[in-house]
Write a protein that binds this ligand. Structure first.
Ligand SMILES: [Zn+2]
Length: 322
């Protein structure tokens, strides 16, 4: 017997909503015309778990990443404080279990690109104290730790600082996010990483040949280590165009389920970080349309539970300390 669509609680491994909090006029408590995410739409979209990314690389010059990240992290904590009835910060496995009991949205703070560390792996200890529990080494460019996809041509490995950072992350219990890494750094990081990895927002390169997407070979390597891939709603990563349909997004779920199985798939919308979301899912109130489309394409209720959030919760449970 199928569950009602509304019974699936959504987990999403990537959004850039902190960027909006840096803009005048945005109010998380209210419905916002421009942004994809706010509290009313998270509630109507049945979201129970959301990663908030701190992404400074596209907007900041060297030397200013740290300050920008402090701004974003301040907004994050202010938002949690002002919405204590609705949001709970996940800083341990216990918080992950606590949030659904209290009917709150579990929030996880992530660094998208390690630029705010300004080259020093030990700085992660301080970001950890501020609540950071997931980190991707780079955005698209090269930094002190690794190369992003736009440096793929160099075929490089992680730097010495990059290796030290991975050690620091695994000892603290910080999730490694492989999104944005160049293919050679992806392999290097994966080989060094002792825990299940996350790819927070990417799709299948077999269906859409974009450098930010993953080849079947990469997807298999993630799955071999018990990892999870959050599929993104960004049209250029789905169809290669600025327009993509829900059906085309579901094609990526179907393909990747065939390649590695449902236990490795999740949702990583990239809401508020993308200009061209899937036509039928223009904002966070519409995740239910994806759930319905997955049913239509033959996924079972149990499989949809895994995709909707259980795989992500399992990964968090395996990586964070108690
Ligand atoms: Zn991104």
């Amino acid at each position: 017997m199928s569950k009602l669509l509304t019974e699936h609680i959504i987990g999403d491994s990537h959004c850039d909503t902190l960027w909006w909090m840096d803009r005048a006029g945005y109010d998380f408590k209210q419905l916002n015309a421009s942004a994809h995410i706010d509290l009313p739409r998270l509630r109507s979209g049945k979201v129970g778990l959301l990663f908030f990314a701190v992404c400074t690389a596209p907007y900041s010059r060297p030397g200013s990443h740290l300050q920008k990240s402090m701004d974003y992290i301040r907004y994050y904590h202010q938002t949690l404080e002002q919405n204590r009835e609705d949001l709970l910060a996940v800083e341990s496995v216990a918080h992950l279990k606590q949030a659904p009991h209290e009917k709150k949205i579990a929030c996880l703070l992530a660094l998208e690109g390690a630029e705010p560390l300004e080259g020093c792996p030990d700085n992660l200890e301080l970001f950890f104290k501020l609540g950071v529990r997931a980190l991707s080494l780079t955005w698209n460019k090269r930094n002190m730790f690794a190369d992003g996809v736009s440096e793929a041509i160099t075929g490089s490995k992680l730097t010495r600082a990059g290796r030290q950072l991975l050690e620091k992350m695994s000892s603290l219990g910080v999730i490694l996010d492989l999104a944005h890494l160049s293919p050679s750094c992806f392999d290097d990081a994966l080989a060094l990483w002792p825990l299940p990895p996350l790819v927070s927002h990417a799709n299948s390169q077999a269906l859409c040949d974009h450098p930010r997407n993953l080849s079947d070979e990469q997807v298999k390597k993630v799955a071999e280590k018990g990892g999870v891939i959050g599929l993104t709603f960004n049209a250029p990563f789905i169809s290669g165009e600025t327009v993509a349909s829900l059906d085309q997004l579901v094609d990526h779920f179907v393909h990747l389920a065939r390649v590695v199985g449902v236990p490795h798939l999740a949702i990583g919308s990239d809401f508020d970080g993308i200009r061209y979301p899937v036509e039928e899912i223009p904002d966070a109130s519409c995740y239910g349309k994806l759930i319905a489309a997955l049913y239509d394409r033959g996924f079972t209720s149990t499989e949809i539970d895994l995709i909707a959030g259980e795989n992500l919760r399992r990964l968090i449970g395996a990586c964070l300390n108690e």
